[in-house]
Design a protein around this ligand. Structure first.
Ligand code: SF4
Length: 101
């Protein structure tokens, strides 16, 4: 029997921006094709507009940020979240917005 997908909105995985460290070069906004970021014209800083578009486990925007202003939760923590959610679903939990991972 095929396993059901995990609901993406129950897994916390998204970039967090330290706006004090950010130099406002827009690289993350231009880089991410999933439109996770949006540019805040008022503050000249990126904002995380669509966190659920962020691909689980992807840290590519943090890698390209020249001043290390972007952080992610730990991948070990993500694995624990996924394991717990899988157990919950297998025991009869919900199936909201899903992910292939
Ligand atoms: S890549 Fe880093 S420094 Fe540039 S806008 Fe994004 S968070 Fe700020």
């Amino acid at each position: 029997m095929a396993r059901s997908k995990l609901p993406r909105d129950r897994l916390y995985w998204q970039p967090e921006i330290d706006t004090d460290v950010c130099i406002g070069d827009r690289q993350c906004v231009d880089f991410c094709k999933n439109e996770v970021f949006e540019w805040d014209e008022v503050n000249s800083r990126p904002i995380v507009k669509q966190p659920l578009n962020c691909v689980l486990g992807c840290t590519a925007c943090a890698d390209i940020c020249p001043v290390q202003a972007i952080r992610f939760p730990s991948t070990d923590g993500l694995r624990i979240q996924m394991r717990k959610l899988r157990q919950e679903i297998d025991a009869g939990g919900s199936h909201d917005r899903e992910t292939d991972q």
